[in-house]
Ligand binder design. Structure first.
Ligand SMILES: [Zn+2]
Length: 302
């Protein structure tokens, strides 16, 4: 019997046994057989980045934070720290490559407070465009912006809409929810928009060492209601008229339990968003069809 034959004889049952074992293992245990890859863009080697893009099916996250005052008791980077905590934990569950710290958003309304970094309108749009362009050039054909900052609520839909003005070989998606509307431990406060009960509770999960809850009652987060306009008339100064101290709510009402519930909801919601984006095979196709038709609109038929 030659060595080769002997090997063949012994390896056959081994292969069968191995495949039987693999089939009885739960999916999570099987995933262990793939080498672990960091979800942090900046932690990957060039070769591992290539593997990360393959494993994520070209789906990359851009968690979007800001630097602004958060009441008297939370750090300036609250939105950045919280959104990265949620996005990174979500990507660990549903693999996606996560872009490094990004905080170049809309926050003109906080320029009177210490520590605010407010880039100009043109730079916000230009930097975001070049960032998503560069992500796509590196294989991120599905860019999911996970927004952690309320002041970006107008910027991001506009940015997405403006992607239609010229051809892009990638799709920008935005996930813009941070707090569940119901469920979990009962809330004690009704006004809870900024550095209040919910946001303080979430920081107790992401960076408890940076929460100074003993200072939370040292300023008022009440609605000052200084503007007398109907709800459907908008002005840029609206936030300042209501909450000039960049505090809306009462952080002293925050609890670890509420933070745990809300952060888990946020992470679960981002996981679902990543899965939906990965499964989406319509947007890019129709975007391309749209770009092509928009080159010769007179030919477009109903
Ligand atoms: Zn915030």
């Amino acid at each position: 019997m030659t060595f080769h034959t002997r090997c063949t004889i012994f390896s056959l049952p081994l292969v069968v046994m191995l495949s039987m074992i693999l089939h009885t293992l739960p999916a999570a245990a099987q995933a262990v057989t793939q080498p672990k890859l960091s979800v942090h863009w900046e932690e990957l080697t060039a070769a591992d980045f290539r593997e990360g893009i393959r494993r994520s099916q070209g789906t990359c996250l851009l968690p979007f934070g800001i630097l602004e005052k958060h009441g008297p008791h939370l750090p300036l980077g609250t939105d950045l720290l919280d959104v990265r905590y949620a996005a990174l934990h979500a990507a660990e569950q549903e693999y996606a490559v996560v872009f490094p710290e990004y905080y170049f958003g809309q926050i003109a309304e906080a320029r009177h407070e210490p520590g605010t970094v407010a880039y100009s309108r043109d730079l916000q749009l230009a930097l975001l465009q070049e960032t998503t362009d560069e992500m796509a050039r590196n294989g991120c054909k599905k860019v999911l912006i996970v927004n952690g900052h309320g002041g970006n609520d107008s910027l991001l839909p506009y940015f997405c809409q403006s992607q239609l003005d010229k051809l892009h070989d990638y799709v920008v998606y935005v996930f813009d929810q941070r707090t569940p509307h119901s469920g979990g431990p009962a809330k004690k406060t009704t006004i809870d928009m900024h550095a209040g009960e919910s946001e303080t509770s979430k920081m107790m999960i992401s960076r408890p060492d940076l929460v100074h809850q003993d200072r939370a009652a040292s300023e008022s987060g009440a609605d000052q209601k200084r503007q007398k306009l109907p709800e459907d008339v908008y002005t840029g100064i609206w936030w300042y008229t209501r909450f000039p101290n960049h505090y809306s709510g009462d952080g002293s009402a925050a609890t670890h339990e509420l933070g745990e519930f809300q952060m888990k909801w946020w992470i679960d919601s981002v996981v679902k968003a990543i899965q939906a984006v990965k499964a989406d095979d319509v947007s890019l196709k129709l975007q391309n069809e749209f770009y092509e038709k928009s080159r010769h609109p007179l030919d477009t038929q109903p």
